[in-house]
Design a protein around this ligand. Structure first.
Ligand code: PMT
Length: 427
């Protein structure tokens, strides 16, 4: 879709500059002709040679480094561009753009171009929230600069919050769909919505078209607690982070979110309705109450398959050398929902340590899910308790998407986007 598109990529000096390599590589793979301009600070984070090798075009860093006498480089780049993309865009370059400064190769090109300009900001959360940055972004927005919203999560500076450069895969998708909209007279509404949800109409999301607007989304998160006696219980290692990330992403996409939350030490997202539960039975009852009204149900919780047959009302006293507990099977919530499914879009998870695809696809079928998200929880950084995850998303026909190790927030956004596209397709 990017065949022959000339993209001038401005890389500015933040830690996210290292992601410019992946971005270049993916744009080139899609057929784009990428011309990189780096600011002096960007060269502190990634080398010109890396980006030159990936794009097979000269990389520009200095306005006065004129290589061809017949050509003024920044005017040439400004004229040839079908799109100028600045990723990552630091607070500094955003300020320069907002105030029309032109003191280096990138900013002079940005002033000289008549091509559309798209920026993907990346910075510390407090810098991003600073009124000066917000004001500058508003100025750019008023002038028609397109913005790719930064993601939320753990930032390189150690803070957690908004400011992380959107993943290169997503930036490429936004660029592709942006060109598709330009090239075609009629673009499906769902594609237009998708692009809009990634491009700010106004700073801080006001006025964005939200992919899940009006949808009722139920997310389960955390582990269940199966009581043995008043002081002991059976649970598992689920921290709730995966489910929380999904709930937050659904909220950000405009959904009305209810989070059915089991045992967890993590901080649940704000602005979603929280329904605390303990046992699998309680989780089942809570989901059942919301089920009829819901559009999307996502079961990220780790539910105990068995519970103690007897729950002792008094603390069990220490007696012999061994103690046997008899366990009985819990209701399989997902499977039960799958049987009752009418209009709901049902997403299950599969936590496996072997034969990931086989078990996940078997669960998808048996539990009648629309999608199943399989994670190999024996891998480092994957599954229980971590801030990251790597998943394979399957539907009945097989693999839909493989997501390499990335933040749970990014997994959540990608998953919801797939769900939203499929729901839009159904309608
Ligand atoms: O919470 P985190 O620390 O962030 O970790 C995330 C996670 C590893 C918990 C998450 O990514 C995950 O894999 N969740 C599902 C865990 C699980 O119970 O998997 P399972 O393969 O045993 O179950 C398959 C599906 O059936 C799950 O959607 C589960 O919610 C559901 N289930 C299982 C048993 C049961 N009795 N009722 C159910 O609904």
């Amino acid at each position: 879709m990017l065949n022959g598109k000339k993209i001038v990529l401005g890389v500015t000096g933040g830690i996210a500059a290292y992601k410019a390599a992946t971005l270049c590589s993916k744009l080139v793979q899609k057929g784009a002709d990428v011309h990189v301009i780096m600011t002096a600070s960007a060269t502190q984070f990634i080398t010109e040679l890396t980006l030159q090798t990936l794009t097979r075009n000269a990389v520009y860093t200095d306005t006065f480094d004129e290589r061809e006498p017949a050509v003024v480089s920044h005017i040439n780049l400004a004229d040839l561009a079908d799109l100028v993309l600045v990723a990552p865009a630091t607070a500094n370059v955003i300020a320069k753009m907002a105030h029309g400064m032109a003191d280096d190769m990138l900013t002079t090109t940005l002033l000289a171009t008549t091509a559309p300009v798209m920026i993907a900001p990346a910075m510390n959360v407090h810098m991003y929230d600073h009124p000066a940055v917000q004001h500058n972004m508003r100025l750019l927005d008023e002038r028609g600069t397109l913005m790719i919203e930064p993601g939320e999560g753990l930032l390189a500076c150690g803070y957690v919050g908004k400011g992380r450069l959107e993943e290169p895969e997503t930036i490429v998708e936004v660029v592709e769909r942006f060109f598709a909209q330009q090239d075609k007279a009629h673009v499906p509404q769902q594609d237009q919505d998708w692009v809009q949800s990634h491009l700010y109409d106004q700073v801080q999301g006001e006025g964005r078209t939200l992919l899940l607007k009006g949808k009722k989304v139920i997310v389960t998160a955390g582990g269940t607690v199966e009581r043995i006696d008043p002081v002991r219980y059976i649970t598992n290692d689920s921290s709730g982070k995966m489910g929380f990330a999904i709930a937050a992403a659904a909220r950000d996409l405009g959904a009305d979110v209810k989070l059915i939350m089991g045992n967890t030490q993590a901080q649940p997202p704000v602005d979603v309705k929280i329904i605390p539960v303990q046992s699998a039975q309680e989780m089942y009852e809570a989901v059942s109450r919301e089920w009829e009204e819901s559009d999307i149900v996502i079961k990220a919780a780790a539910v105990a398959d068995y519970r103690p047959k007897e729950v002792y009302t008094e603390k069990i006293k220490k007696k012999g050398d061994t103690l046997s507990l008899e366990l009985v099977k819990n209701i399989d919530i997902l499977e039960t929902l799958g049987k009752q499914k009418t209009h709901q879009f049902l997403i299950g998870f599969a936590a496996e340590t072997q034969s990931l695809e086989m078990y996940a696809r078997e669960k998808l079928k048996r539990k009648n899910c629309d999608l199943i998200v399989a994670n190999d929880v024996s891998r480092a950084g994957v599954g229980f308790g971590t801030d990251t995850n790597a998943v394979m998303i399957y539907d009945r026909n097989g693999l839909v998407e493989e997501l390499e190790l990335m933040s749970k927030e990014d997994v959540a956004h990608r998953l919801l986007r797939i769900a939203a596209e499929r729901i839009a397709g159904r309608n």
